[in-house]
Design a protein around this ligand. Structure first.
Ligand SMILES: CC(C)(COP(=O)(O)OP(=O)(O)OC[C@H]1O[C@@H](n2cnc3c(N)ncnc32)[C@H](O)[C@@H]1OP(=O)(O)O)[C@@H](O)C(=O)NCCC(=O)NCCS
Length: 257
C-alpha cells in the first residue's frame, strides 16, 4: 500500500516565532504514544531508556517526538528522517535532510510541560519551569543571578518572590540556550531588567562580548503553574511575531511513515 502524502507544510514567515507546547501529564492515547515511539531514532530511544522513572521516560519521548513533528510541520519532511548534530556544548541543530528553510529550534522540558520554539535564521532559546518547585530562594539567586537581579528580587514582597525568581531564572536559561553555550557562559555577567508592561531587557558586563540591541525577550505563562521565557537574536534586529499553540500527540500520526 502506498502511504498517503504528508500534509502540506505550514507557513513560517520571516518574522514568525512559533512555540508549540505540550502537557505531558495529561492523559495521552496509547496509540499516539506508540506513534511518538516510532518517530524517535534508535539513539533517542536508548537515551529515553536510561531514565529510571517512567515519567521522565515519557517526558523525553514526548519532547523528542514534538521536536520532530514540529520541524516536519513546517518543512514536509517525514519526522523520522531528521538527524541532528550537536555543537561542543550539546546544542542540537537539524543536520539532515537538507531543507530550503533555515529552520532553527530549541526545546525545553520540565514537570508537566514541554515547549519547542522554532524560527527562521535567528538564534533562539526557550526555557520552561514549574514555578511551584522548591528552588526559589534568595540564597539560590545569590549563586546564579547578577547583583542587580538579586537586589531587585530582595525588594519584591515575599508573596511575589517565587514568581519573580522564575522570571529571572527562565530568562537567564533562555539566553544561554539561545547562545548555544549553556552554563559555559557566566550567569552573573548579564542582567535582566523587568519593568511592568515592557518586554524584558538585558545588559552585559564587559566580560560578555554581546550587544543588547540584537536581542528580543518575552515572558509567557502557558499554564497557571509554568513560566516560559523566549530569547531570540538577529543582527540587524527584526521584530518578531510570537505565537504559542498547543500540540496534540494524537495528530503526530499525520506525519508517521
Ligand atoms: C543544558 C542546558 C542548556 C539546559 O538545561 P535544562 O534547563 O536543564 O533543560 P531544558 O529542558 O530547558 O533544555 C534541554 C534541551 O535543550 C537543548 N540543549 C542541550 N544543550 C544545549 C545548549 N548548549 N544550548 C541550547 N540548547 C541546548 C536540548 O534539546 C535539550 O533537550 P534534551 O536534553 O532532551 O536532549 C543548561 O542551561 C543547563 O544545564 N542548565 C542547568 C540549570 C541551571 O543551573 N540554571 C541556572 C539558571 S539561572
Amino acid at each position: 500500500m502506498t502511504p498517503a502524502a504528508l500534509p502540506p507544510p505550514a507557513r513560517l514567515a520571516d518574522d514568525d516565532v512559533h512555540i508549540w507546547c505540550l502537557r505531558q501529564d495529561h492523559p495521552i492515547d496509547p496509540q499516539a504514544l506508540a506513534v511518538c515511539e516510532a518517530l524517535l531514532s534508535p539513539g533517542e530511544r536508548a537515551r529515553r531508556d536510561r531514565f529510571v522513572f517512567p515519567r521522565h521516560q515519557r517526558q523525553f519521548l514526548l519532547a523528542h517526538a514534538l521536536v520532530r513533528a514540529t520541524l516536519s510541520h513546517y518543512t514536509g519532511v517525514a519526522p523520522a528522517r531528521w538527524t541532528f548534530a550537536e555543537n561542543q556544548y550539546g546544542r542540537p541543530e537539524p543536520a539532515t535532510p537538507d531543507v530550503a528553510l533555515p529552520i532553527r529550534f530549541n526545546l525545553s522540558h520540565t514537570d508537566g510541560l514541554i515547549a519547542c520554539a522554532v524560527t527562521l535564521g535567528r538564534d533562539i532559546g526557550v526555557d520552561v519551569e514549574d514555578v511551584t518547585r522548591q528552588a526559589a530562594g534568595l540564597d539560590i539567586a545569590e549563586r546564579y543571578f547578577a547583583p542587580a537581579e538579586v537586589a531587585d528580587l530582595a525588594r519584591v514582597p515575599e508573596a511575589d518572590r517565587a514568581r519573580t525568581f522564575f522570571d529571572y531564572w527562565t530568562l537567564k536559561e533562555a539566553y544561554i540556550k539561545a547562545r548555544g553555550m549553556g552554563l559555559a557562559l557566566p550567569l552573573r555577567a548579564f542582567a535582566f531588567r523587568l519593568a511592568p508592561g515592557a518586554p524584558p531587557a538585558i545588559a552585559f558586563t564587559p566580560e560578555l562580548d554581546d550587544d543588547p540591541a540584537t536581542w528580543q525577550f518575552r515572558l509567557l505563562r502557558p499554564t497557571a503553574t509554568h513560566r516560559l521565557a523566549l530569547a531570540v537574536r538577529d543582527s540587524p534586529v527584526r521584530p518578531v511575531r510570537i505565537a504559542l499553540d498547543w500540540a496534540d500527540p494524537a495528530l503526530f500520526a499525520r506525519y508517521h511513515r
